[in-house]
Design a binder for this molecule. Structure first.
Ligand code: SAM
Ligand code: SF4
Length: 324
């Protein structure tokens, strides 16, 4: 049995937010004075998470990404990672992190079976890092990245949110840094998630893509990962740069994912409100079969696409609550 929605999209990827807390306050993501955290009694326990991922896996789920908030803020994350990786059918377990605690937890996560890492890094300049994230933590992130590379995570992708007038002069420096560290660099357009997302300095990546193609002869390429990034590569294959363009060229037609938040809500689309409360179903004693039926029915309601451009005011939840 597979999960396929009414538009023929096969859902095989779960983004699992294990906490809505974070040790950074990136300006495009989380308000500096954010206080709308989920009550701890609403957090899914590891047993509940394992049960749900197991149910999804019966429907053909193959990939899970741990995210947040900052997933390393959740106690025992490596233990949870090990339990998820042991679920039959889960072939690929990855982690999105801001990297501040990778030095401490990287090895345990690797041992638990985390295959791939995405690390957020928008700048290499300490003062600018503090301005964007409202925390003085660049040195921790760089140390975390060095540890991750030594441990042998592969690939390690660096996600750089492209912010007009803030870090858009740093492409060359980031490319050099990533080439030296053997990281894959990806640029991301900001989305209007919550007030913070709407106030961010959005710029379309299309002009940059066109100019890089023309200037360096880069061509379209593919790097495995199951995600929506489009890559430009050099003809000799030695250089690659990814672009995630949810705004200027959305990829909803090939969307293969749903999101589960720490409070057990299944979000069917990042840019819509359609959801299923799996926590209530589990805590009211519903059977596996009844939860499976509810999941299947919800997938049928997965919206065709987001409306970030037409209705940017629509989504009031911030990215750190939903799981990017
Ligand atoms: N804390 C982890 C991190 O920063 O990688 C994981 C969670 S974070 C919400 C996941 C991703 O969402 C990050 O790469 C972050 O840059 C991105 N993100 C947050 N707010 C965004 C926004 N408004 N538009 C686009 N990307 C955003
Ligand atoms: Fe935290 Fe990640 Fe959001 Fe930055 S992008 S505030 S690190 S959850």
């Amino acid at each position: 049995m597979l999960l396929t929605d009414r538009f023929g999209r096969r859902i095989e990827y779960l983004r699992l937010s294990v906490t809505d807390r974070c040790d950074l306050r990136c300006a495009y993501c989380m308000p500096s004075d954010f206080s709308g955290y989920e009550e701890p009694e609403h957090w899914l326990s590891f047993d509940e998470i394992e049960r749900l991922v197991g149910l999804f896996a019966r429907f053909g789920l193959r990939r899970v990404r741990l995210t947040g908030g900052e997933p390393l803020m959740r106690n025992g994350l490596a233990r949870l990672a090990g339990r998820i990786k042991a679920i039959p059918g889960v072939e690929d377990l990855s982690l999105s992190t801001n990297g501040t605690q990778l030095r401490k937890h990287g090895q345990a996560l690797r041992d638990a079976g985390v295959d791939r890492l995405n690390v957020s890094l928008d700048t290499l300049q300490p003062a600018r890092f503090t301005e964007i994230t409202r925390r003085d933590a660049l040195a921790d992130v760089l140390a975390g990245l060095a540890t991750a590379r030594e441990i042998g995570f592969a690939p390690i992708k660096i996600n750089m949110v492209w912010l007009a007038g803030v870090n858009d002069d740093e492409l060359e420096a980031m490319v050099d840094f990533c080439r030296q560290g053997k990281f894959i660099l990806r640029l991301i357009e900001t989305m209007p998630m919550g007030e913070t997302g709407r106030q961010s300095q959005y710029a379309s990546l299309q002009p940059l893509i066109a100019s890089l193609k023309a200037k360096f002869g880069l061509i379209d390429g593919l790097i495995p990962g199951g995600g929506p990034a489009r890559y430009l590569i050099s003809p000799d294959g030695l250089f690659s740069l990814g672009f995630i363009t949810p705004m200027s060229q959305h990829f909803c037609a090939t969307c293969n994912r749903v999101r589960l938040t720490v409070d057990g809500i299944l979000h069917l689309c990042l840019g819509q409100e359609d959801r299923l409360d799996l926590r209530s179903l589990m805590r009211s004693g519903e059977s596996d079969e009844s939860i499976l039926a509810a999941i299947q029915a919800s997938i049928d309601r997965k919206p065709e696409r987001h409306e970030f451009s037409e209705r940017p005011e629509k989504i009031i939840r911030v990215m750190s609550s939903t799981g990017g």
